[in-house]
Design a protein around this ligand. Structure first.
Ligand SMILES: NC(=O)C1=CN([C@@H]2O[C@H](COP(=O)(O)OP(=O)(O)OC[C@H]3O[C@@H](n4cnc5c(N)ncnc54)[C@H](OP(=O)(O)O)[C@@H]3O)[C@@H](O)[C@H]2O)[C@@H](O)CC1
Ligand SMILES: [K+]
Length: 501
């Protein structure tokens, strides 16, 4: 699903009105019918709603929604924030339609005029949407700040008031409505997945309001938001007449004394992601542990007792994963350098492999075009030699992936995958259950397994991020976000695969 800018969405809106054709007010009514459907499916009949409306079309949506809710027996109150003397045409029309009904409407000229309401009223933000043209100040800023202090459940229509759809680098975040859920029209907006502002949006629900499909198709965007159907399209079921060789041989280079767990979790995740065979190349001290804990894997040990050293013959491997628990010893660094010189197949680098890259910037030039790097924000910063990630971090990510013709996965609550052609794909499958040691090792293993079993790098990456997220959701449903372990995630990979077929 493409992420379009506010400008592009306005154009899509215009094209739809022209080409379908449909009047603007009917398009608004269609959008609001989708809003209502979503709200009606999520709330019980006795729910009550307080809708805060601005005077543009976002406010028009709010007024129309009030009518739909009222006519379906929900309790609803409307507050019109008088931020402007004028109002949009569709606002006026919906104001008229609402005035025929017995819905309480209050005009607010100062934040203090908003009456108190009980805690279980759901607050709906229909103040401003994609028409925001400058940071909030005055009345709207006061209202937003005051609503942000309340504990009520909070829903934003299209986009939280005060948040720009595209660029918030000059915005002040304390005057943006903080939503638990944002019901957004047609496509997600960049600010909803940007790491600085995603937390203001809450859960994103995209409502298809049938804007001009042909226009959207031919509109260029560097950003996409991957929905489950798009990921499922990448999945290739195993064939009946196949054998272990069909699904490739993975090599995992991982582990050091005290960090063999990382190598084990990664190996287990690799095998649970479909690799035909796995060989783990680990330091000598780990051989017995590894073989008893993961009998399905073969093991080659390095000469060194405690750290990885040397490199096995690479010829028979279809994919290599390197980094989990590796440490940054000079031996491991030499191994990585040799590996990059000797192997130009599909490869994933994570954890200490990334730290070694960061410490040896010239190694980056040796990466093959089938390489995937999976840094978290801290590792990404080090890799690029940055003190901090600025609001333009997505540009840095894109440039880095393009320059080296590799895939870079910036792991976060919403993960961003940069492809060598400059496209960035956002994957919103994370859960706080993954905020734990071992998660990165599991992802490395999953992607390595998918690569070995025949997926091309970009497909393996998208599938891998999805599978880990979904498995983590299953695992935390069983255990809780707190108690969920990386190994629980591995155990649930099977269930996650089932969602693909
Ligand atoms: N696209 C679609 O497909 C569909 C879109 N729909 C809906 O339309 C929404 C977009 O509507 P919109 O264009 O009327 O803009 P909206 O967000 O209501 O704000 C405009 C008003 O805000 C004002 N204003 C701006 N900044 C301000 C500030 N800082 N402080 C104070 N005022 C400020 C601005 O005034 P001005 O800048 O002129 O002073 C103007 O009065 C969209 O989000 C969606 O909900 C659906 O109904 C149907 C399908
Ligand atoms: K809004």
């Amino acid at each position: 699903m493409k992420i379009l800018s506010a400008q592009q969405i306005r154009e899509a809106d215009k094209q739809t009105i022209q080409n379908e054709p449909i009047s603007s007010i009917d398009l608004m009514e269609r959008a609001v019918s989708k809003l209502f459907e979503s709200i009606d499916a999520s709330y019980s009949d006795d729910s009550s709603f307080a809708i805060f409306c601005g005077k543009g079309n976002n406010g028009g949506d709010g007024l129309a929604l009030a009518r739909w809710l009222f006519q379906n027996d929900y309790f609803v109150q409307v507050f019109i924030i008088e931020h402007s003397d004028s109002a949009s045409e569709d606002f006026k029309e919906n104001y008229k339609r609402l005035s025929d009904l017995e819905v309480g409407v209050l005009h607010i000229s100062a934040a203090a005029e908003i009456p108190e309401r009980d805690d279980d009223t759901v607050l709906i933000d229909a103040m401003l949407g994609s028409g925001l043209s400058r940071p909030l100040e005055g009345l709207l800023a006061d209202v937003v700040k005051s609503l942000n202090t309340l504990q009520n459940e909070r829903l934003a229509i299209d986009i939280p008031t005060g948040l720009f759809a595209d660029d918030n680098s000059e915005n002040s975040f304390d005057v943006i409505f903080k939503a638990d859920v944002t019901l957004t029209f047609q496509c997600p907006k960049l600010s909803m997945v940007h790491k600085d502002t995603a937390h203001l949006v809450g859960q994103i629900e995209v409502l298809d309001i049938n804007l001009d499909e042909a226009f959207i198709e031919r509109t260029f965007s560097l950003y996409s938001y991957l929905i489950p159907d798009q990921v499922a399209d990448l999945y290739k079921p195993r064939e009946k007449f196949s054998y272990k060789g069909t699904y490739g041989h993975a090599l995992l280079i991982a582990g050091s004394y005290g960090s063999l767990g990382a190598a084990l979790m990664s190996g287990k995740a690799c095998l649970r992601s479909g690799a035909g065979l796995l060989t783990a190349f680990i330091p000598k001290c780990g051989v017995e542990i590894y073989q008893s804990a993961l009998p399905e894997a073969m093991v080659i040990s390095s000469d060194n007792e405690e750290v990885i050293s040397g490199l096995p013959d690479l010829e028979k491997y279809n994919a290599v994963g390197v980094g989990p628990g590796l440490g940054t010893s000079s031996e491991a660094s030499k191994t990585l350098e040799n590996l990059l010189g000797a192997f130009d197949g599909k490869m994933v680098l994570d954890a200490d492999a990334l730290n070694i890259l960061a410490a040896n910037p010239d190694f980056v030039n040796k990466l093959s075009t089938q390489t995937i790097l999976t840094p978290h924000p801290g590792e990404f910063k080090r890799l690029l030699g940055l003190q901090e990630l600025k609001p333009d971090y997505l540009e840095r990510l894109r440039e880095f992936a393009k320059k080296h013709s590799i895939i870079v996965v910036l792991k976060d609550a919403i993960t961003a995958i940069a492809a060598p052609d400059g496209q960035i794909y956002f994957m919103d499958y994370g859960t706080p259950a993954l905020a734990k040691g071992g998660s990165g090792d599991v992802l490395t293993g999953i992607i390595t397994g998918l690569l070995a079993s025949g997926y091309e790098p970009l497909h393996a990456t998208k599938l891998g991020v999805y599978l880990q997220g979904i498995a983590a959701h299953f695992a935390s449903d069983e255990t809780s976000e707190e108690a969920c372990l990386a190994t629980d995630v591995i155990h649930n990979l099977g269930k996650a695969f089932r969602t693909l077929s």
